[in-house]
Ligand binder design. Structure first.
Ligand code: GLN
Length: 309
């Protein structure tokens, strides 16, 4: 078995030398200011040992990776009733697409496209004030990452709030079908803020450990979710976590994973490790270009693909 520390260090060095980086997201103006040359990788194995490389301790905007955690939280609140509001099939469409909503009575295809995540946020918000709901999401992240210093980047949230016309369209469209029922501006406000949570690769890999270990955080022994629920969240990550790049990610990396337009990816090697990678340049589907390449190298060298080898 290759040495994990060596593999992580080699991959970080290789990635930092590459010049094909993809393009940093610019539709959220504040994200366009990020250094495109940044690269971080953190892997936390079953024994809790962290192997890190590059900028693994630099915070970045987790964006859509937050959708894994809001899904987990919402399932804890309303259980499988959640699936009446949102489906669990791959969309085959870009993350911010509206076309499918018209065909399917405003019910989004899955919880990881923007429409689906906005519907999940609306569920968390029901019976809460926006501030309480947001506090609950942030505390959940801090609890899982075992780090109470994690904060929301207000500049990123405000930047998206000013320019999020497409998300406002999705939310209003779903509201017209009764798929979301809170005031649209509250739901969007909470959504933009949870997308704007800033975390490092090390914190994110720590937060994802329960998904790699049957719902339990092995370092604390806390059961975060039942094993069956962790298995199902992983399944939705595998099939839907990279939008219309999910097939390619499964083909090349072979792990459940969730990307964000900040350039981060959280990936889960069941029973083995929780992995977070960050490289801000994106491919055409809005997923981290070098992040995917780094994960492909990691799973190949460690033999970690869930499909064998
Ligand atoms: N906050 C972003 C948006 O709504 C999240 C998208 C993403 O990370 N893919 O557009």
């Amino acid at each position: 078995m290759p040495n994990l520390d060596d593999v992580v260090r080699e991959i970080a060095d290789e990635m930092r030398q590459r010049t094909d980086r993809g393009a940093v997201a610019s539709y959220i103006p504040e994200l366009a200011r990020v250094d495109p040359g940044a690269f971080g990788l953190a892997v936390i194995d079953a024994d809790g040992r962290a192997a890190v490389g590059g900028d693994a301790d630099v915070p970045f905007s987790i964006q859509s990776i937050s959708k894994v955690f809001t899904l987990t939280l919402a399932l804890g609140m309303v259980g499988d009733r959640l699936w009446r509001r949102v489906g669990r099939e791959p969309s085959g469409s870009p993350f911010n697409s509206i076309v499918q909503l018209e065909r399917e009575s405003g019910v989004p295809r899955n919880p990881f496209i923007n429409a689906g995540a906005i519907a999940v946020t609306d569920l968390i918000l029901s019976r809460h004030q926006p501030r309480e709901a947001l506090g609950e999401i942030l505390r959940f992240m801090q609890f899982l990452a075992q780090d109470s210093s994690i904060v929301i980047d207000e500049a990123v949230a405000a930047s998206e709030q000013r320019t999020g016309f497409r998300n406002a369209a999705l939310a209003n469209y779903m509201r017209s079908f009764g798929v979301i029922d809170g005031p649209v501006e509250y739901t969007l406000g909470v959504y933009y803020h949870h997308c704007a949570i800033a975390m490092t690769c090390r914190q994110l890999a720590t937060a994802g450990r329960f998904l790699a270990h049957s719902g339990r955080d092995p370092s604390t022994g806390h059961l975060v979710v039942q094993a069956e629920r962790a298995k199902r969240i992983n399944a939705v990550m595998l099939t839907c976590g990279h939008y219309d790049g999910s097939g390619e990610f499964a083909y090349r990396v072979g792990l459940p994973g969730k990307s964000g337009v900040g350039g981060g990816i959280l990936a889960v090697a069941p029973g083995r490790a929780s992995i977070a990678v960050w490289s801000p340049g994106l491919d055409a589907a809005g997923n981290s270009h070098l992040g995917r390449i780094a994960l492909e190298a990691l799973t190949r060298r460690m033999g970690w693909s869930i499909f064998g080898g």
